[in-house]
Design a binder for this molecule. Structure first.
Ligand code: ADP
Length: 340
């Protein structure tokens, strides 16, 4: 009778849970435990059902001494759990209740956070180390060398600029992420935004003898959004098209209408005729600090955060970012924004 009652309680627990009896056999399990214990029958030795030495010794200890333990459990399919192993004291003897909490996604976000902190530290340390080196040289060997001083100060200025951009982009990213659930709804004229972005990037384009040509945006085109953030999206995309595009090219920004699952939408293509991107990089391109060529990106003053910011802003607008690219031919970055 008591056994059935315990099994009934198990079914009420919304986590994988099972009971182990005094001779370490599975006495009962709930429906949620099916994923973990698969088809292991009642009465099977736990040691045969799960390859988990930590859990087995915790079960043995609790059976012997009572009380409660908590142990990690890692399954072959990459699932990670924490298992609460507690004694069930009853007239018929002591048994053990095991309740599993799935911490796979917690562990994954923890790993992502750790990677991110390591990346940021590395990105900041590189320019900082360069600057410290130059300060030392300016204080010592180059103290009285006016020509060297001018050159070094220029490099230090560039490195400080790099740190400044990195901090700026990090702040942008964290702000956009924290607001991502709230869809912005101010009417924004995309034509105006695109003209503004093109005007800002134009001097850099001229340095590369390139032209930025906008088409399909003669009149006002309104979408619900956040004007500053949409400006940021197209600044980043047009800037990249110029940076990674060919010298003397035409960067084409074209606006068209498209019907999507979210209804009528506006599509903006930013196309360059640069080196293009190998398809193996495409799925990871919007990850923070992911770059196809780190040297190239650094030389161009990039932070590796531009596309991550673009992706988050586009998500916040409930839109889509598509990247189409062919090695040696160029790339098209498309942003699709719902009109309603
Ligand atoms: P970055 O600051 O390095 O430019 P982004 O996040 O803007 O960072 O872009 C990430 C990487 O994607 C770049 O380092 C570059 O390798 C690649 N990339 C972005 N835009 C283009 C483009 N238009 N053509 C080719 N590669 C590009």
């Amino acid at each position: 009778m008591e056994r059935d009652a315990a099994a009934e309680v198990l079914d009420g627990i919304p986590l994988p849970a099972f009971i182990v009896d005094a001779d370490e056999r599975i006495a009962a399990k709930n429906a949620a435990a099916r994923g973990v214990l698969s088809e292991q029958p009642i009465g099977r030795k736990l040691a045969l059902a799960l390859r988990a030495p930590d859990l087995l010794s915790a079960v043995a200890e609790v059976l012997a001494e009572g009380g409660r333990r908590e142990v990690p459990l890692r399954l072959t399919d990459d699932g990670q759990y924490r298992v609460a192993v507690s004694a069930l004291e009853a007239a018929g003897g002591r048994r053990v209740l095991c309740v599993l909490r799935d911490i796979t996604s917690e562990a994954q976000s923890e790993a992502i956070r750790r990677d991110f902190v390591a990346n940021v530290s590395h990105e900041l340390r590189t320019p900082l180390t360069a600057m410290m080196g130059f300060i030392e040289t300016l204080r010592g060997p180059a103290r009285d060398d006016a020509a060297a001083r001018g050159r070094f100060l220029e490099i230090m200025d560039r490195e400080a600029g790099r740190m400044n951009r990195l901090v700026r982009d990090l702040l942008h990213l964290s702000r956009v992420e924290s607001e991502e659930r709230v869809r912005p709804r101010d009417p924004v004229d995309l034509s105006g935004v695109l003209r503004g972005a093109a005007a800002t990037v134009r001097p850099a384009a001229e340095d590369k003898e390139s032209r930025i040509v906008i088409s399909g945006a003669d009149g006002a085109i309104f979408v619900p959004g956040d004007a500053d953030q949409l400006m940021q999206v197209f600044l980043n995309l047009v800037e990249n098209a110029v940076k990674y595009g060919a010298r003397g090219q035409e960067v084409r920004v074209s606006v068209s209408r498209e019907n999507t699952s979210r209804g009528p939408s506006i599509r903006v293509d930013v196309a360059d005729t640069g080196e293009g991107i190998d398809p193996i990089h495409l799925p990871r391109l919007t990850e923070r600090f992911y770059r196809v060529d780190t040297h190239r990106s650094r030389a161009e003053g990039g932070t590796g955060l531009g596309l991550a910011i673009v992706k988050h802003i586009v998500n916040r607008h409930r839109g889509w970012l598509r990247i189409d690219s062919k090695r040696g031919e160029g790339s098209v970055f498309s942003v699709i924004l719902p009109e309603t």
